[in-house]
Design a protein. Structure first.
Length: 261
């Protein structure tokens, strides 16, 4: 066989092989495309099913919160709180009932007391102390953040100091031989008894301190009911706190709520 005939036969065989492979290649790509399409549809359906499970699963609720929009925290107006506290008015936070023995006399050192008079008196009385919340004014309350508030209370004061005239009585009354009973002396000894009970309440019992402590405890509970967790009491008007900056959790978006018309 000549070289030319051999080359022609070789080219002819190669062309027939190419013609035979072409349908196979085309079929392969068609099948590959169909498989890829089915695989894509399966993935999409799996995504839809998984997404529904995620949305409805209570176990993944903490994760879903990352997608919740955060609402700005609005601090209450301190003056509004002051006005609410003013409505409490005078709050009686400490009470004392006491008994004191007092004496009063006149001219007992003149002529052996012949013209004198003396009285021994048992004074029974009551002292009530508290805080007048109506005296609170602007600046006495400062809101630091949604959980913290600073408060300056008015000073505790004696609201009632009175003598129980029915329970009080004269133990002994000594009138000089040349003297008569002086009504003013009994009035005087009653006043002395009332003052003695008040001094006892202020100096020994420290009723004003007790009233102040109880008033703070009461107001702290009142402010806790308004949502404040920490109440800081100051001796003077509290300083104006820096502007509050709300902490936004990672992944949250701060959204300003626009009131509907």
């Amino acid at each position: 066989m000549s070289r030319q005939n051999y080359d022609e036969q070789y080219d002819d065989n190669r062309g027939r092989r190419r013609s035979a492979l072409r349908p196979i290649v085309v079929t392969f790509f068609i099948v590959l495309f169909a498989v890829a399409a089915l695989f894509g549809i399966g993935l999409y359906q799996l995504y839809q099913t998984t997404n529904e499970v995620v949305q409805n699963s209570p176990l993944l609720k903490p994760v879903r919160t990352l997608l919740i929009k955060s609402t700005p925290e609005i601090l209450p107006d301190p003056m509004t709180i002051v006005l609410q506290v003013n409505q409490i008015a005078r709050l009686e936070t400490a009470e004392l009932k006491a008994e004191k023995i007092v004496t009063s006399q006149r001219d007992t050192d003149v002529l052996f007391g012949l013209f004198g008079e003396s009285i021994v008196f048992v004074a029974v009385g009551q002292v009530i102390a508290g805080v007048d919340f109506q005296k609170m004014e602007e600046g006495d309350i400062q809101v630091v953040d949604p959980d913290t508030v600073m408060v300056h209370l008015p000073d505790a004061e004696v609201l009632v100091a009175t003598l129980d005239n029915q329970a009080s009585y004269v133990v002994d009354r000594d009138v000089g031989l040349f003297s008569g009973a002086d009504p003013q002396l009994e009035t005087q000894v009653r006043q002395i008894g009332e003052q003695a009970i008040l001094d006892y309440a202020l100096e020994e019992v420290q009723i004003l301190q007790t009233a102040d402590d109880n008033a703070k405890q009461y107001l702290e509970g009142f402010l806790n009911e308004l949502g404040f967790e920490e109440v800081i009491f100051t001796d003077e008007k509290p300083p104006i706190p820096p502007p509050y900056e709300q902490e936004i959790p990672k992944g949250h978006i701060l959204v300003t709520v626009t009131p509907s018309p």
